[in-house]
Design a protein around this ligand. Sequence first.
Ligand code: NDP
Length: 264
Amino acid sequence: MVSGAGFVIKFTNQCVIVTGGNRGIGYAFTRAVAGAGANVAVIYRSHPDAEAVVESVGKEFGVKAKAYKCDVSNSELIEKTIRQIEKDMGNITGLIANAGVSVVKPALELTQKDFNYVYDTNVFGVFNTCRSVAKLWIENKTKGSMVVTSSMSSQIINVTDVASPLTQVFYNSSKAAVSNLVKGMAAEWASNGIRVNTLSPGYVNTDQTQHMDKKIRDNQARQLPLKRFAEAEEMTGQAILLLSDYASYMTGGEYFVDGGQLIY
Ligand code: NDP
């Protein structure tokens, strides 16, 4: 809840769900919402350390924190998991639909299986998660805020090497799709008091960017106005703002946290 002067944001007695919240950008979101006093439910796919990681965030910030193993692309399972989270944590007021994957291969080598893998998580998985939470909020007649992690690649094509470009075509196009999906969900659910916005990061130092060759990473970083990749924590301010009542007039927007990459 927003409180007083000085822009203090607190989510006390509320629960925020973070998909992919055990690693990378999602882990920074998990810590940020816990730091703002929210109980946090993390949905992860299969990482063996997820439960311990999330538990330790709970201990650090003195909130309830629990990891739920669930593939977001499985509609039935995500629905059950969201209901279970409500039973365990109560009062879900926020969702950060952040889980995402990529397949890094030249376009000529990509397969239908690669397409399904990327789109099932990045588009259908986000849809499943947002819809399950929206159903719950509409049933309970409660309002809430959703933040979907897309990417600046919803707008532009990043090449890993200009001489021999590798562009992750399925990943980029899935992010364009999910940015658009957010606008539709925001339009449909606005009258139910549900806000849905997109947070689109630029390059962030996580496992997902570790595959890049160091020379190429340095070259890409040099071309950014801020001359470096972001740390995951630098994504959290925008996410917390969008979850909070300070963003009560913001819905259907796409907000770039990209070190100025889209300036030129
Ligand atoms: P990571 O690869 O570090 O982590 C991915 C997370 O998503 C993990 O927690 C993983 O769970 C979870 N996950 C993946 N697939 C599923 C699934 N089907 N069901 C449930 N959970 C799943 O990713 P990042 O932190 O780098 O990226 C987070 C988001 O930010 C993604 O949407 C990504 O596309 C986006 N992004 C990242 C950028 C970057 O530079 N890193 C730039 C722009 C956007 P598990 O640990 O169990 O595998």
